[in-house]
Design a protein around this ligand. Structure first.
Ligand code: COI
Length: 361
């Protein structure tokens, strides 16, 4: 049994012509649908007061704990319009499970998978007119959870809010699919053993922003972090996982082992690459192997992957004192092959033999 949702429809949904204008060029994370879902948790009552309601500001007391101690987590997955007119999401149960793990790490209450799915499905089906129907555009779904107890003591909150909003989205990187340049952060790390690296907590992203700003100052679109102990093992980018393609067709991606987010796209690529005849090694890869591998031609492609980024080629690595180019300025063959395979499943152009797609409506 899932939680019961009360439903208050938006009396002023955006008129169709205005929605169409926004859907024509939504960018990423700028446009939001007509509704949202919230569910409240308290230590006394557990999860309750589940509501679909018009998209609106959350009004919070200045002493709300999340503002002070950052007890907050989030997820991201996408809804895809299918050729038969239905709407499906990609592996949302994996996001539900990861949110439960993040919640555990951040001393937040886990939301049962059935309630997570019911909340997201209700929002998507209510706002189904916002799911783009053209090209590679999608509806990006953003569930999040935060400490909403009004209290300045430092302890796990006794009042928590889970919410879901949705945002029609085109490419995460402006300018569409192209090889991106990456700044190697040698000053800052993202996660330490025993820390929160494997949790999708807001603080991880906050901690990456100064390095992301340095990336921009060096003309780069993203930042890559090394491990916090030896400062040599490649971990992940500011908001996506990383894969290396070797000249014998082998793919290498670092093990998640506590400091790296267990990406759902990363996991799907492990499966798809194997099915496409690639060997996949999940092993640590150090920054010198990256540099020397590209120089010697052993590493032929590097790509980032994530829900927002899908599969995005990395064309340049820049660090303090040097840089190297990877590939010829176009998307590499393997990255393209895996990207196409993934998108074909998600957009319903090939059968979903893995049981990855979840029918919403
Ligand atoms: C995602 O790919 O969904 C992410 O969470 C990355 C970023 C937008 C924060």
């Amino acid at each position: 049994m899932t939680i019961e949702f009360s439903r208050e429809l938006n009396p002023h949904p955006l008129p169709e012509d205005q929605r169409a204008r926004l859907l024509a060029d939504p960018g990423f994370g700028r446009v939001f649908t007509d509704h949202m879902v919230t569910i409240t948790w308290t230590a006394e009552r557990g999860w309750h007061d589940a509501r679909l309601r018009p998209y609106q500001p959350l009004v919070l007391d200045p002493a709300t704990a999340v503002f002070h101690y950052g007890q907050a987590i989030f997820e991201g997955f996408k809804a895809y319009a299918q050729p038969d007119g239905s709407i499906k999401t990609f592996r949302p149960e994996a996001n539900a499970a990861r949110m439960q793990k993040s919640a555990e790490r951040m001393a937040l209450p886990p939301l049962p998978t059935a309630d997570f799915l019911a909340a997201c499905d209700l929002l998507i089906s209510t706002d189904r007119a916002w799911v783009p129907r053209d090209g590679e555009k999608t509806l990006y779904v953003r569930p999040f959870m935060m400490a909403t107890e009004v209290f300045l003591g430092v302890r796990p909150a006794n009042h928590v809010t889970f919410a879901v909003i949705a945002s029609p989205a085109a490419s995460y990187f402006s300018g569409g699919l192209h090889p991106v340049s990456i700044w190697l952060s040698q000053e800052y790390t993202r996660a330490a053993p025993g820390g929160t690296g494997a949790a999708k907590c807001s603080g991880n992203y906050a901690a990456s922003l100064i390095a992301q700003r340095q990336a921009a100052e060096h003309g780069c679109e993203q930042v890559v972090f090394l491990d916090a102990v030896e400062r040599r093992w490649v971990e992940e980018l500011g908001g996506m996982n990383i894969y290396f393609v070797f000249d014998d067709g082998t793919l290498v991606t670092p093990p998640t082992s506590g400091t790296i987010l267990e990406g759902v796209t990363r996991d799907a690529i492990l499966t798809l690459a194997t099915e496409h005849g690639h060997r996949v090694d999940v092993r640590p890869i150090d920054i010198d192997e990256w540099r020397s591998g590209v120089a010697s031609g052993r590493i032929t492609e590097v790509f980032a992957c994530g829900t927002a980024a899908v599969v995005t080629p990395i064309g340049r690595l820049v660090w303090d004192g040097g840089q190297l180019s990877i590939g010829d300025g176009t998307t590499g063959k393997v990255a393209q092959e895996l990207r196409d395979a993934l998108l074909a499943i998600q957009h319903g152009h090939v059968p979903d033999t893995h049981g990855w797609m979840h029918t919403v409506c």
